[in-house]
Design a protein around this ligand. Structure first.
Ligand SMILES: Nc1nc2c(ncn2[C@@H]2O[C@H](COP(=O)(O)OP(=O)(O)OP(=O)(O)O)[C@@H](O)[C@H]2O)c(=O)[nH]1
Ligand SMILES: [Mg+2]
Ligand SMILES: [Zn+2]
Length: 326
């Protein structure tokens, strides 16, 4: 197979430009080029062969483009190597990896202080998924005006202690919006969190003109066809992108081995190599430094509880899958 030269500005096919894939799940993709133009693009024939054998094009990919033959769109001639990727297991529990967004700088997990009530166990799952994909996370607690400030801060103190930046915001009174704006600018962020917490409202108030739909039950509209609903990247006026990732609520901790879970809890890291047994699961072993840290109050009981639940879940999943391949 002939390689397409990466550095050339001009090829036999015409001018080569760079772009970023904004949306699409196969077939036609929406791509934004380095001049800010957005058009439909399809994979060039020989890239399709490559994608059949492994690397699939994903939202967030950086690509090289040429004019399509009929002049009505672009052809994607090359997919640049990815710096990061957020992957999830196939819906329905089937084994297999699916890249949700490529080249992310951070995951921004949004919950509400109230209405709907935040579920810390769900937040922990989102954070583990980000950690397992080696992505930095940022937590946003929106609708802050609906709950007493001190109580809300106390509720999320575990996360600040673990080293996660936590933003307390309100679309209603403007609290925390300036700092959040700075956190998004110039970066590629994946926005996730439960329905109704105000993700779209936040983006609309931070970036007027994005016009994301607010208050619609976006998830239920897509119910039953989650497999075809992919992430959509929105270019931000000041540079950077934000990716809406519907269906991320169903994100599984696919491919994560139980032994890799402790490292996905940043506040465990100082302790995980200090246990008596090298293969300590930190669930019940004598001489476990993590359990000791929980008892001493250096690691939060709630976070440890999330860890032990997830660890057991992952061990069960692993067992089921290994049985299936026998
Ligand atoms: N009180 C209060 N309400 C808010 C705030 N932000 C958003 N809302 C309201 O919360 C509701 C849900 O907001 P959305 O922005 O649609 O929520 P979402 O997270 O995008 O929801 P999905 O798209 O379903 O995932 C709307 O009625 C908003 O007006 C806030 O800071 N305070
Ligand atoms: Mg929304
Ligand atoms: Zn241990």
């Amino acid at each position: 197979m002939t390689r397409i030269p990466r550095k050339l500005e001009e090829t036999a096919d015409g001018p080569l430009h760079s772009g970023r894939v904004l949306s699409g799940t196969g077939g036609v993709w929406q791509v934004r080029n380095d001049r800010g133009e957005i058009r439909g693009a399809s994979l060039r024939g020989r890239l399709k062969l490559v994608s059949d054998s492994g690397v699939k094009l994903s939202v967030g990919d950086n690509v090289k483009l040429i004019e399509g033959e009929r002049g009505d769109g672009w052809m994607i001639t090359e997919i640049d190597p990815r710096s990061t990727q957020l992957a999830r297991r196939e819906p329905g529990g089937r084994a297999g990896e699916r890249v949700v967004v490529a080249n992310l700088d951070q995951v921004v997990v949004v919950f509400a202080a109230a209405n709907p009530e935040p579920h810390p166990r769900m937040l922990d799952r989102f954070l583990v998924i980000a950690e397992a994909n080696s992505l930095a996370s940022r937590i946003v607690i929106n609708k802050s005006e609906l709950a007493p400030e001190q109580a809300t801060h106390a509720r999320f103190a575990d996360y600040e202690a673990a080293g996660y930046p936590v933003h307390f915001t309100s679309v209603v009174n403007g609290m925390g919006l300036d700092q959040l704006h700075v956190a998004f600018d110039g970066k590629t962020s994946a926005l996730s969190g439960p329905s109704g917490v105000g993700k779209s409202s936040l983006m609309n108030v931070l970036y007027p003109g994005l016009n994301l739909r607010v208050g619609e039950i976006s998830e239920s509209v897509n119910k039953g066809r989650h497999t075809t609903v992919g992430a959509v990247m929105h270019p931000l006026p000041g540079g950077g992108y934000v990716a809406d990732t519907p269906g991320l609520r169903e994100v599984g901790v696919w491919g994560l081995k139980p032994v890799d879970l402790p490292d996905c809890f940043p506040e465990f890291r100082p302790f995980i190599h200090a246990c008596r047994f090298g293969n300590c699961s930190h669930l019940s072993e004598p001489g476990c430094a993590v359990i000791a840290a929980v008892a001493a109050g250096s690691v939060s009981t709630a976070r440890y509880d999330s860890y032990s639940r997830l660890r057991i879940e992952l061990a069960e999943t692993e067992k089921r899958w290994s049985k299936r391949t026998l």
